[in-house]
Design a protein around this ligand. Structure first.
Ligand code: SF4
Length: 233
């Protein structure tokens, strides 16, 4: 087994893999620098404080108690084949494998198709706003390629949009939902933005954060476009 760098672990969760009891492993390293990142300590590809071999032993002890293991980050696929090898070994224990991803590595995702059972893919903003929000010019195009890779796989997934009012408007949200509907996406989670590290000159108000959720017309339009929409308030 190649070494992966694990910077965090949640031993039990019911909300990170749909319908399954899961553990979450947070891998270090991320190519993006999102303005609202809640895991800044995981962004640099540093050594993780968890020993992968010991985590694997612990997962062996969870067989029959947990159903899935979710790889999150950071961006788990930044660790490329080391991450895929580790996922494969964990899957051989009988767990479903989930991935929370920003979609920056479509080629790696393609190589991992047979290893991953479910994906939660971040769709962060419209193409114009992506560089400003993520600090990366190619992040949007890569994410769309990842979306297409996963659509082609025919496997389960959910697209997630976090409604940070500094980077997304109601009409942006509608535009994103139309694009997803046109591509045949069936599961969309619209998540309320929760501020963690706002800059002083860039704060948001509760009303700005809630505007997406109390607009019934917007909700109806999006609910009519996509088969399953979850509004995570
Ligand atoms: S993709 Fe996720 S982990 Fe990476 S910077 Fe953005 S919010 Fe943080």
């Amino acid at each position: 087994m190649r070494d992966i760098q694990i910077g965090g672990l949640v031993s039990f969760t019911t909300i990170d893999y749909p319908g399954k009891l899961a553990a979450v492993l947070f891998l270090t390293g991320c190519p993006l620098r999102c303005a609202y990142c809640s895991n800044p300590h995981l962004l640099s590809p540093r050594d993780g404080e968890y020993d992968p071999a010991r985590v694997f032993e612990w997962l062996q002890s969870r067989v029959g108690k947990l159903e899935a293991v979710v790889f999150s980050g950071g961006e788990a696929l930044m660790q490329s084949d080391a991450a895929i090898d580790y996922m494969r070994r964990v899957r051989e224990l009988g767990f479903k494998i989930g991935l929370h991803t920003n979609g920056f590595y479509p080629e790696t995702l393609k190589r991992a198709i047979d290893t991953i059972d479910w994906v939660g893919l971040d769709f962060k903003a419209t193409r114009e706003k992506y560089p400003d929000l993520t600090g990366q010019h190619i992040a949007y195009d890569n994410m769309i390629r990842s979306l297409d890779v996963w659509l082609e796989s025919g496997k389960d997934f959910e697209v997630r949009v976090t409604c940070d009012p500094r980077y997304i408007t109601k009409s942006d949200l509608l535009e994103i939902s139309q694009l997803l509907s046109g591509r045949g996406v069936k599961n969309l989670a619209i998540q309320k933005y929760v501020p963690h590290f706002e800059q002083e000159n860039q704060t948001t108000t509760p009303a700005q954060r809630e505007q997406f959720f109390c607009d019934n017309e917007l909700r109806d339009q999006i609910n009519n476009q996509i088969e399953n929409v979850i509004w995570r308030e």
